[in-house]
Write a new protein. Structure first.
Length: 78
């Protein structure tokens, strides 16, 4: 079994974790620790682990951008 842990810091980690949850597979577990989303990933092969981590990192980036954009947009409303 191959394993990786990805830690990413965010201003609103609960929102990021919630946005990522639908894309998580059975081999992934995420939790929030302070301002950090911690995700543990297990896969049978190194290639599978690499693919899953790559996909996850892209999803984190998109989720973070969407949350930041939404927050800025809602903050500017009267």
């Amino acid at each position: 079994m191959r394993r990786a842990t990805v830690r990413t810091e965010h201003e609103r980690p609960q929102l990021i974790a919630a946005a990522l949850r639908p894309d998580n597979t059975d081999e992934m577990q995420s939790e929030v620790e302070g301002d950090t989303v911690v995700t543990h990933i297990e896969r049978e092969t190194t290639g599978g682990l690499q693919s899953t981590v790559d996909d996850y990192v892209v999803n984190v980036d998109v989720a973070d951008r969407v949350v930041q954009h939404a927050y800025r947009h809602n903050k500017s409303k009267p």
